[in-house]
Design a protein around this ligand. Structure first.
Ligand SMILES: Cc1cc2nc3c(=O)[nH]c(=O)nc-3n(C[C@H](O)[C@H](O)[C@H](O)COP(=O)(O)OP(=O)(O)OC[C@H]3O[C@@H](n4cnc5c(N)ncnc54)[C@H](O)[C@@H]3O)c2cc1C
Ligand code: FES
Ligand code: FES
Length: 442
């Protein structure tokens, strides 16, 4: 299905009418000859292709053109005429932060996004901001220094981003703004829902499939709270979830450890659940908090515990006419939590094993005890029948049944073979579980 996609590129109005599944990176380089945006991995891992979309750092290799309706896209070419670029350019040159130069356009875009947000970043802020940008030459220290120098050189205030096209365009065809229109499109079985695209665009099949784009559906972009639940719109990005004051600390902590800024800016909570992966870090938190999913189709609406959503490896209970519209997280008893993600490195590491635990203790009595283990089996492990053994007990009583509790988990956790050894994974799980109990005095 073809569609007119209107957006702004480097301050120019663009009307795009080719396939919505084309990658922004390919279109920029091949069709627009904007080759300053580099192609490294096409998997979101290197940051060489980073551009700024609506003020956020995004890897253009993970963006399908159809998701750009109404967006404002800035590439290194558009940015290079600004005073802010000149300051970064001079700073990078002054400390010889450029060697082969391949990573530098992406680094500059990451630098701009950081400095637009924070005038005087710490070294840690800088390293976090460029954590998704790989440089094979410099060893990073000179780049970090350059960004610090640039932050002193220019008064960084948020740059005027041109008005989005929203008001003037008719984007209903493939990029609906209302849930009603999205659900009408969902009836078409040939179209796959595309949210942040960070899973879809690395699947290798992206150009062969047809999508409709749910990243502009307003009902799916909000985080609100009612008496019982914090309600997360499924199309909220990790970055939006981290910055929202309603988001509980346990979810913020998990989202902060996902990938690197450009992935966190695009990847969504709904996509993290819908992909059916046992390694999904936000999904782990929705499991341990016994959250519910609001699944909606044009003709029906149902609420399903997230635990019942997962049926097997990559298989979910999502009907082919449904969307995950909201995730409902129970509000209470979330403060006393434990979360650990074990990966190969700090940034851009998929979990080798992850663990989340919540213990709600009132007047010395355990009111709730919930644990979940990620990346161990085909689906995230959540075993309330074992966790119940500690509920209703005082800490002293819990200590008395601690070994029985641990033995039950020892029997239940049978990691599937994978790149990481089965015994190693099992040991991590049991160590994290013990640590969780220790942290609660059990
Ligand atoms: C470099 C890199 C690093 C990553 N690191 C991590 C990590 O550390 N931890 C982690 O958990 N993940 C990681 N991911 C995976 C990915 O970013 C997340 O799974 C993300 O949440 C996917 O969301 P999305 O919106 O981009 O999904 P999309 O790619 O848009 O969609 C994924 C799937 O979900 C479906 N879908 C999306 N939204 C909905 C909805 N609302 N209703 C129904 N179906 C829907 C789509 O049809 C598709 O099948 C990484 C990815 C990359 C490329
Ligand atoms: S080309 Fe490597 S992140 Fe896009
Ligand atoms: S300067 Fe060569 S990759 Fe960074």
């Amino acid at each position: 299905m073809q569609s007119l996609i209107k957006f702004i590129l480097n301050n120019e109005n663009i009307i795009y009418s080719e396939s919505p599944s084309v990658r922004l990176l390919d279109w920029l380089r091949d069709s627009q000859k904007l080759t300053g945006t580099k192609c490294g991995c096409k998997e979101g891992e290197c940051g060489a292709c980073a551009v700024i979309i609506n003020g956020k750092l995004i890897n253009s290799c993970l963006v399908a053109m159809g998701s750009l309706c109404g967006a404002n896209v800035l590439t290194i070419e558009g940015y290079s005429s600004t005073a802010r670029f000149a300051a970064l350019d001079m700073a990078y040159a002054s400390v010889s932060a450029v060697q082969c130069g391949f990573c530098i356009p992406g680094m500059i875009m990451a630098s701009e996004c950081l400095l637009a947000e924070k005038n005087y970043p710490t070294e840690n802020d800088i390293r976090t901001a460029i954590s998704g940008n790989i440089c094979r030459c410099t060893g990073y220290n000179a780049i970090v220094k350059a960004i610090a120098i640039a932050s002193d050189a220019v008064e960084y205030t948020v740059p005027p981003i041109r008005k989005r096209w929203d008001e003037v365009m008719d984007v209903k065809e493939l990029a609906p703004t209302s849930l009603y229109d999205a659900l009408e499109l969902r009836k078409n079985k040939a179209l796959i829902p595309y949210s942040g695209g960070t899973d879809i665009m690395v699947s290798g099949l992206c150009s062969q499939n047809s999508y409709f784009f749910i990243n502009n559906v307003s009902e799916m972009r909000q985080i609100i709270s009612d008496d019982k639940y914090i309600r997360f719109g499924a199309a909220c990005s990790f970055t939006e979830s981290i910055s929202n004051p309603l988001t509980p600390a346990i979810l913020k902590e998990a989202c902060k450890q996902i990938a690197a800024p450009a992935i966190r800016n695009a990847g969504t909570l709904g996509g993290n659940i819908a992909n059916g992966s046992a390694k999904a870090d936000a999904a782990l938190i929705f499991m341990v908090t016994d959250s519910l999913l609001r699944l909606v189709s044009a003709n029906n609406e149902r609420i399903l515990p997230v635990k019942d959503f997962y049926l097997g490896k990559g298989a979910t209970a999502l009907a082919d006419d449904e969307l995950i519209v909201e995730i409902l997280m129970p509000k209470h008893g979330l403060d006393n939590y434990y979360y650990k993600k074990v990966g190969a490195r700090n940034a851009l590491a998929i979990s080798r094993t992850s663990f989340a635990g919540i213990m709600d203790i009132e007047n010395g009595v355990i009111k709730n005890n919930a644990t979940a283990f990620g990346a161990v089996k085909d689906i995230i492990i959540r075993l309330p029948e074992i966790d119940k053994k500690l509920i209703g007990k005082t800490i002293e009583e819990a200590k008395a049944v601690k070994e029985v509790y641990l033995e039950a988990y020892d029997e239940a956790i049978i990691p599937r073979p994978g790149r990481v050894g089965v015994e190693y994974r099992k040991d991590i799980c049991m160590n994290l579980l013990r640590d969780f109990l220790d942290s609660n005095g059990i």
